[in-house]
Ligand binder design. Structure first.
Ligand code: FAD
Length: 393
């Protein structure tokens, strides 16, 4: 087998620069040394690994593409994506934490905030010393965020928020919540609600079967006062909100790749070692068929991911392309994880072999950041010109 690297069958590493590979290796080392020893146990106990935050904040990955004065590392989007994929390889729950902190909360402040808001929050959030969340979804408003019911009513010195939010990652311990609410004029605006603001309550949603090592919360906002200086000045209408999702959706695309790569490599290694009927199971045609399909899907996904990153760096990654990437990545990852799980037989369902955890975590990512259906319909609209998910009255 001629020195070929089965983990990079299509030789995609040659598309990457030394700086990009350095980011990948830095995150990989963190994952191997700090994440893997504790990941399965935290997932099993549904505990968030607070002990990893300092190390995570030291990687330069949170807001990694931003300017140094905001705590960023000015890395390009391919490097950022490679870092995300490595983190997801170690724990899909931890990369979900990253998407909320970096892809949603920091992105909202970076893109829509005032200079004071950026200076106050971004450097500390980049180091994970301050935690953020992003509250868009509501109990009755998921794929259709325009139907949100949370209101922001003007009052002397600021706004009063009233409503409920659901599925909000990190909200139970966040220092700042980016909350989306409708003004009296019906326009959606964004607000920075700080920890311990009266009337803000976030309760962790219990008994999840996916993304167990990261917490989502149900938020209640009851006469919650937010001063004018905590309104995101550039957030005007739902379009501003959706523009932020484009950033995190790009990151989530890399999650699928990282988790699927880990599943495949574990399946390959297991298939080489495990013997039945007097030979390694890797020698059986059916097992090879699975491995070949996983390797082919991964190669396609890697090529797509790097290309998406290059387009994003060039300012040419528009929302339908991001949707196509996220949809392709998570649906391929879902299939690869299932093939890998099967390859390990009974051991495949043990958490210590990691694949079952990836399979379960992928389900969450398959649904958040636009469900597979909604992303397909965004692509469909771009292809046909017909919007198939308009509100029906
Ligand atoms: P629904 O919108 O009710 O959809 C149910 C089903 O109907 C889906 O299969 C969907 O694809 C389908 N469907 C809906 N409309 C259409 C249509 N027009 N055409 C065809 N099919 C359709 N939200 C936040 O704001 N912040 C967070 O930090 C956050 N983190 C999350 C973390 C996790 C683990 C999860 C599971 C969710 C998170 N969410 C978060 C919420 C997430 O964005 C929503 O779950 C998602 O947008 C889908 O909304 P929904 O669950 O209400 O499903």
């Amino acid at each position: 087998h001629s020195g070929r690297d089965p983990a990079d069958f299509a030789k995609t590493d040659r598309l990457l620069s030394a700086e990009e590979l350095a980011v990948r290796d830095r995150v990989r080392a963190f994952v191997e040394e700090e994440v893997l020893p504790v990941a399965a146990d935290h997932w099993d106990r549904a505990e968030f690994p607070f002990g990893l935050l300092k190390g995570l904040g030291g990687l330069g990955l949170m807001g990694g593409t931003y300017e140094r004065r905001y705590g960023g590392s000015e890395m390009n989007n391919v490097a950022y994506g490679l870092g995300v994929a490595e983190l997801a390889r170690g724990s899909g729950s931890l990369s979900t934490f990253l998407h909320v902190q970096s892809g949603l909360a920091m992105a909202a402040i970076h893109e829509l905030g005032s200079e004071e808001q950026k200076e106050r929050w971004l450097p500390a959030m980049a180091r994970c010393e301050r935690i953020g969340c992003f509250a868009l979804t509501e109990p009755e408003s998921g794929s259709d965020p325009a139907s949100m019911r949370t209101t922001a009513t003007r009052t002397p010195g600021g706004y009063v928020l009233e409503g409920e939010k659901r599925w909000i990652g990190n909200a139970s311990f966040a220092d700042v919540a980016v909350v989306w609410a409708k003004g009296e004029d019906g326009r959606v605006r964004g607000f920075l609600v700080e920890k311990e603001t009266g009337g803000f309550e976030a309760r962790v949603i219990p008994r999840k079967g996916s993304q167990r090592a990261v917490w989502q919360a149900h938020i209640r906002l009851r006469r919650c006062f937010v001063p004018e200086e905590n309104r995101l000045p550039l957030a005007e209408g739902l379009g501003s909100t959706l523009s932020i999702l484009t950033h995190s959706r790009y990151g989530v695309g890399w999650d699928g790749l990282g988790q699927a790569a880990d599943c495949y490599e574990r399946a390959l290694s297991y298939a080489r070692d495990r013997e039945q009927f007097g030979s390694p199971i890797a020698a059986f045609q059916l097992v090879q068929n699975r491995l070949a399909r996983m390797a082919a899907d991964l190669a396609q996904l890697r090529l797509l991911a790097v290309h998406m990153g290059r387009l994003k760096d060039a300012g040419e990654l528009d929302p339908p392309l991001v949707s196509m990437f996220k949809m392709s990545s998570l649906s391929k990852a879902r299939r690869i994880a299932a093939l890998a799980r099967e390859t390990l037989g009974g051991n495949g369902i043990l958490l210590d072999h990691r694949i079952m955890e990836h399979m379960a975590d992928i389900e969450g990512a398959y649904t958040y950041e636009g469900t597979d259906d909604i992303n397909a319909l965004i692509v469909g609209q771009a292809i046909t010109g017909h919007r198939a998910f308009a509100p029906r009255h």
